[in-house]
Design a protein around this ligand. Structure first.
Ligand code: ADP
Length: 275
């Protein structure tokens, strides 16, 4: 296809030098940005974002979550935050959780959190960009961006507008999902953004009575996929009904056993050393 020199409407990695990154709010400071992506919805991407942020905060890092899942926002609810964000002359002030995690989400701006977002794509992508340009982020070590599932307009906007250090791909074990996962990995490759690692969610269930492990959703292909794409498996998470209940109750920070604490340490080893 012919080039119309409008890089914002194109996903081709043609080597053009155009830099489409938006400027961060002048009063903000963000050291590292990690996108959390999935090939399809419902695989636990938001749960992984939440638990990685909690683990990083427990490590003493200053952490934020930018909820780019505009039509399916679930981050504020996981932390039990229902009040609206405020702003001042410097910009929009993010909500802050009990342990100090900063959050921006469309649900913190809508008059009612049950109002659906029925917007055309340019409005949605514009909102995501504003979360980067207009929010005053307070000297962050790590920002996690909870991306909408798939490889559509909004993920493309995040890849192009926000300077990601890398992405984490979340998958569940089903073969079909595995195939979709590869699309997400290949998208990151096309956008020249490193895949920091993959996380398999709902990998197994441990019987509370006999302690035996069951691969409820079939055998895992995550090691194979990670190897094929020259990346690492950061974690394999069990099905954990207590975790699901805690997140549903808005108590994401109260969960004692964080299955992602080692993954968070690994990410910090990968990125923290770069300063
Ligand atoms: P996504 O962001 O990919 O759409 P969510 O993180 O919202 O998915 O997870 C979908 C549902 O599955 C939520 O109700 C969540 O609490 C639940 N869930 C996710 N991971 C697990 C897990 N490991 N064990 C139990 N429930 C989980």
């Amino acid at each position: 296809m012919g080039c119309n020199h409008d890089c914002s409407s194109c996903s081709s990695s043609c080597g053009s030098e155009h830099d489409l990154h938006e400027s961060l709010n002048q009063y903000s400071s963000v050291e590292h940005v990690i996108g959390v992506v999935s090939g399809k919805g419902g695989v636990g991407k938001s749960m992984v974002t939440t638990q990685l942020a909690v683990a990083m905060a427990r490590m003493g890092k200053r952490v934020a979550i930018l909820d780019a899942d505009i039509t399916g926002p679930s981050i504020p609810k996981a932390f039990g935050i229902h009040e609206k964000c405020k702003g001042n002359e410097l910009g929009i002030l993010p909500a802050v959780t009990e342990t100090g995690i900063e959050i921006i989400s469309i649900n913190l701006l809508l008059p009612n959190e049950t109002d659906p977002v029925v917007w055309r794509a340019p409005m949605i992508t514009g909102t995501v960009k504003q979360f980067w340009t207009d929010v005053v982020w307070n000297q962050l070590d790590y920002m996690f961006v909870d991306m909408p599932p798939g490889t559509g307009d909004v993920p493309l906007t995040v890849f192009q507008s926000i300077p990601l250090d890398g992405i984490i791909v979340v998958a569940s074990p089903q073969e079909l999902v595995g195939m979709i996962v590869e699309k997400a990995v290949k998208m990151a490759d096309m956008m020249n953004v490193p895949v920091l690692g993959v996380i398999e969610n709902m990998s197994y269930f441990t019987c509370p009575d006999c302690g035996s492990r069951h691969s409820v959703f079939g055998d895992s292909r995550i090691d194979e996929i990670a190897e094929a794409h020259d990346t690492v498996v950061l974690a394999k998470l069990p099905i954990d009904p207590d975790l699901a209940a805690a997140i549903d109750a808005g108590k994401a920070e109260a969960v004692e056993t964080n299955h992602l604490s080692e993954a968070a340490e690994e990410l910090d080893r990968m990125l923290g050393k770069e300063g």
